[in-house]
Write a protein that binds this ligand. Structure first.
Ligand SMILES: [Ca+2]
Ligand SMILES: [Ca+2]
Length: 389
């Protein structure tokens, strides 16, 4: 009965009655009632917190705490503070007491130490260091220390679709949780590289684009203002080879396995899933119109005489059910036809001939235009004119 009641205390402040002192001048008592499963009689817990007891504390204040605690007639007294220390007073005739640590999903324990003898965690969620059977109280002090640390995290899951050959970069965030050595791996048939934002500025720059297998997380790892190890960008580059069948799907598990510093027996595994789907690509239909003697007749081929101006159009269509991104169209001018400067257009909007900030250019008689995202079923048109010599 009492074992279950106490096990719900955990390391956090919880109790039936709570006494709080915010500072020397403010002393507040609040009372809470909570049903605890397994109790066969009420248990009163006096919880004193943030006492800041020291040389500047007036004797009268201390007397008031003691009086209030006595008046509450507690079965158990808990004293907690802001330094992470908890003191638990239990009656000497109680036995079979268990302390349990209720941690959040982002926390874990490195171990427990009772009166100087340590029990280190065997794995990252070792139940042996989460629940501790206290020796029967006999009037002697027992000092129990718990080592608390964070969990390694990797997020979020990503997915992409595209035509082979394809190179996709999936952006993730990796947070070590604690110091140690972290190893990265990716499953699946497509080749993958992992890049780490080593200076943790949020971007994997070209200088950081050296594949990482494992990295040491030590005091040099960037930290947040509150002291926690910072989450840094982690990029997974997946390369789909040419010739990969349309419809191929790779569900790759990307793992970050952190081996704790000073405790190599413990590995904390974080993972994400990157899903890459190979789709069909865009289709291209080329048409031509003789602007000099056949205006309005658009066909796959036209008759032409020297001096005629021909308008070629590259009609790109997305036949798939997915948005196609990053589609580039290029076409080399045939024969001796001369490009007519200033006639390059994308969706009717003129592009400069030079390679600059707009979507297209003509270089060495090759027209290249980078299309906008192509919605499912959508078409985009690139046109230019040539002069028949
Ligand atoms: Ca960076
Ligand atoms: Ca241009």
């Amino acid at each position: 009965m009492l074992r279950r009641a106490l096990s719900t205390l955990g390391w956090t402040a919880a109790g039936v009655a709570a006494l709080g002192v915010a500072n020397t001048y403010r002393f507040q008592i609040t009372t809470h009632r909570a049903p605890l499963p397994g109790l066969t009689r009420p248990v009163r817990i006096a919880h004193l917190s943030d006492l800041h007891y020291g040389v500047f504390m007036r004797r009268r204040s201390v007397r008031r705490w003691v009086q209030a605690t006595r008046q509450a007639r507690p079965d158990v007294i808990v004293v907690t503070g802001t330094d992470g220390t908890y003191t638990l007073f239990v009656p000497g005739d109680w036995s079979g007491l268990t302390l349990r640590t209720d941690l959040s999903a982002t926390e874990t324990l490195t171990g427990l130490r009772l009166n100087g003898a340590a029990t280190l965690a065997g794995d990252v969620s070792d139940p042996a260091v989460r629940e501790y059977a206290l020796p029967a109280p006999s009037g002697a002090d027992q000092t129990l220390n718990a080592g608390l640390t964070g969990r390694a995290t990797l997020s979020p899951d990503r997915s992409a679709r595209g035509e082979a050959p394809l190179t996709v970069r999936y952006a993730h965030t990796f947070t070590p949780g604690t110091t140690g050595t972290v190893s990265f791996a990716k499953s699946g048939p497509f080749s993958g590289q992992v890049y780490l934002d080593r200076d943790c500025d949020g971007t994997v720059t070209q200088a950081e684009r050296t594949p990482v297998g494992s990295v040491t997380v030590d005091d040099r790892w960037p930290r947040l203002p509150d002291g926690h190890l910072a989450g840094c960008a982690l990029e997974v580059q997946v390369t789909v080879p040419a010739g990969t069948a349309v419809g191929t799907v790779e569900t790759a598990l990307v793992t970050a396995s952190l081996t704790w510093a000073n405790r190599p027996a413990v590995q904390d595994l974080a993972s994400v899933t990157d899903t890459t789907t190979v789709t069909a690509g865009a289709t291209l239909v080329k048409t031509v119109e003789n602007r000099t003697r056949g205006l309005g007749v658009v066909a796959s081929a036209v008759d032409a005489l020297p001096g005629d101006r021909l308008r070629y159009c590259l009609n790109v269509r997305n036949p798939t059910a997915d948005v196609l991104t990053g589609v580039t169209v290029s076409d080399a001018l045939q024969g001796v036809a001369a490009y007519v400067p200033g006639t390059l257009t994308l969706e009717g909007v003129t592009l400069s001939d030079a390679p600059d900030t707009d979507a297209g250019e003509i270089v060495l008689r090759t027209v290249t235009v980078r299309l906008f995202d192509l919605a499912a079923g959508a078409t985009q048109q690139v046109c230019f004119e040539v002069l028949v010599p």
